[in-house]
Design a protein around this ligand. Structure first.
Ligand code: GLV
Length: 327
């Protein structure tokens, strides 16, 4: 391709080299990269995207009308290095005939694994235990010290039995889970594999010992876990969220945790991200907060970046994408 024919692509962050290699090797992109581990400032995003044919972005980049306008009519494809797409103004993107690539499947195992790790860490109070060892709080073996809750014989409720929800359920069942409840828009045939019982949300919330949120963020799920939701949970139950922070009303969660309405919470996602270090949730021993690392294994992030690059190239050439979001 001649220099004039090269297609302009803006990449909003330094991404794993696997993906960059694919983009460079394709020889059709005039690449402009925000070459940093930190998010691109809004002004730089608006500047960088101007005239672009392709945009490779992250879940922390809000791609709204302003960005689409700044890009202008050349923009053919947006490829996000994430399975979630709540950061994209989908209606507007669709209206403009822009295609969207995303990264389902390749991060399912890593995210499910992290969810299990967070659930166990929260339920068995691992961060508190580690802290006590370091600060001298470990005086002797005590029968009731640092007791938590176990999965064996428990009821687990999964909100959203999609790819990741099912992968979480599959991993939790062998711990001796007695009942596996789930909710969602409709019953899923694949729930059979984990003996999943499709129940109304209220039943799931009130009967589960562990409530695991694994749904996508939509207008229907925004703020779903609020005061009323937490008031229906058992006092001994544990709440886990590895989907999106905005599914939870954090003030109501703080109240539920600090009043003893629920036993504990483990969050890999918050609003905002990062959660300010003076946030009330961080003062609670029964709240374990992780910095949105669900898919963070070296290999998963490598494969995600490859898929993101291949989606982008397919969008630029008008061919079939490995993972296109149906708009
Ligand atoms: O949250 C992570 C993702 O959407 O990929």
């Amino acid at each position: 391709m001649s220099a004039q024919q090269m297609l302009k692509v803006f990449v909003t962050r330094r991404i794993p080299q696997e993906g960059m290699k694919i983009l460079k090797r394709a020889g059709m992109c005039n690449l402009s990269v925000w070459d940093s581990d930190e998010p691109v400032p809004r002004a730089e995003l608006l500047k960088g995207v101007a005239g672009a044919h392709g945009l490779l972005c992250l879940l922390s980049d809000k791609i709204d009308v302003e960005v689409l306008d700044a890009a202008g009519p050349n923009l053919k494809v947006i490829s996000t290095l994430s399975v979630g797409f709540d950061h994209l103004a989908i209606d507007e993107i669709k209206k403009r005939g822009i295609r969207v690539g995303y990264t389902p499947d390749v991060l399912t195992d890593a995210t499910a694994e992290l969810t299990v790790a967070l659930l166990l860490a929260t339920a068995r109070r691992l961060p508190e235990g580690v802290e006590e060892v370091k600060n001298g709080g470990w005086s002797t073996w005590k029968p009731l010290w640092l007791c938590g809750y176990g999965l064996s014989g428990s009821t687990v409720g999964v909100i959203g039995l999609g790819r990741i929800g099912l992968a979480i359920a599959r991993r939790l069942k062998p711990f001796g889970v007695k009942r596996l409840l789930y909710t969602g828009r409709q019953p899923k045939p694949q729930a059979q594999e984990v003996d999943g019982e499709y129940v109304p949300l209220d039943t799931l919330v009130s009967e589960s010992d562990f409530v695991v949120v694994s749904c996508s963020l939509t207008p229907d799920t925004q703020g779903l876990c609020d005061k009323t939701f937490f008031s229906k949970m058992k006092k001994t139950s544990v709440f886990i969220n590895t989907s999106r922070g905005a599914v939870v009303n954090q003030e109501d969660l703080f109240e539920a945790l600090s009043s003893g309405q629920i036993a504990a919470a483990g969050l890999d996602v918050t609003t905002p991200e990062p959660l300010p270090t003076n946030h009330p949730l961080l003062t609670l021993k029964n709240c374990v907060v992780l910095p949105h690392i669900g898919s963070a294994t070296y290999s998963t992030r490598g494969v995600m970046s490859e898929l993101t690059a291949n989606n982008l190239l397919a969008g630029l050439t008008g061919s079939e994408m490995p993972s296109e979001l149906k708009l």
